[in-house]
Design a binder for this molecule. Sequence first.
Ligand code: FES
Ligand SMILES: [Fe+2]
Length: 386
Amino acid sequence: MMDHHTQVSLSRKILDLAEQGATSFSDSIFLNPVSSYTCPEHLKREQTRLFRSNALMVGLSCQLARPGDYLTDDLSGVPIAIVRTTEGGLSAFINVCRHRGARLLEGQGTLSGTLSCPYHGWVYDLHGKLRQLSPNQSFQGLQCAERNLTRLAVVERGGLIQVHPVPGQCIELPSLSGVLRDEIDHYDFQSFSHYETRLLRKSFNWKIVIETFLENWHFPFLHRQTVLPIFIPACSHFETFGPDARLIMPRRSLLTLRGQPQEKWDLLKHSLIIYLLFPNTLLLWQGDHLEVWRVFPTPDTPDQCLAEVALYTRRAATSARERAHWDKNMALLLETVEVEDFKVSEQIQKGFHSGAQQHLTFGKNEPALKHFHQMIQHALYNDGTH
Ligand code: FES
Ligand SMILES: [Fe+2]
């Protein structure tokens, strides 16, 4: 949560924009090649330079609250396991047994002190250290220490967990710009509760999922019945923080701030605040709860993706009434995104293969899209090995 001074200054900027019928602009239109959504070679480059060269967001701390809690994550193509250790930290490793390669953990759950392979019973501790070969006498000459699980770098900060999917790579700190980090810290996400996660397999390129959230100019056309009544369309405030970015879409209720004393201005209640955590994660602050989107390409084709959305709340939903409230939120979210946005996304991907055009055109009114694609182009081609 940003501090109040920042909330007031941003609210003022957004109110000015809204009252003038204006928005954040980029300095020029931007052409994005259609091939970046369809070319298998481009996908390979993305997989290497984006999905194997960066720490990837895995989830929120509340999903692993107590010692022994674990979660697994396969969306990046690397089987990742993360465990809360007895000391309270996190250890992350590749979810593969060092004996003959069996998968160790499934889904989410809680371990009681050790982790035992389901195939032949090799036993590891919560740090991934091998404690027991099985049968012990059959591995003479082998020390347990030679077969510890393959560790991955993990960072937990402000309630967000990031893992580097490649062994031996470290996560450069800070993994986000300091200003953005401080701002995200203030939301106190470590105290949030996980409500629900949905995994969607879709027939379009992963970048189109991210694009869906990076402008609100389509609200009056595509979301007339769903979210248009809530938001001021065609008005947003955009700011970059290195490769990451923040896009604020004001709710109509923001306009009521003008009549209130400044000390009471609460930008967070009156806007959708979208953080792009480059390359593939979106945090959506939805007024009173958090929605997290993580998007991944599938390995074989640029025409498909995996999109995961998780809903987190400030307090755990305990009553039927609270659950009904969050279920309604989830339903509106899926109605808007899955039914309305993703229907268009599927058509877009088909259209890419039609030969209609070589480029997409992003207007000056779509600065977040330009930024996203510029950052991708930079990561893919501007590191001296072009
Ligand atoms: S593969 Fe894990 S104990 Fe054999
Ligand atoms: Fe949309």
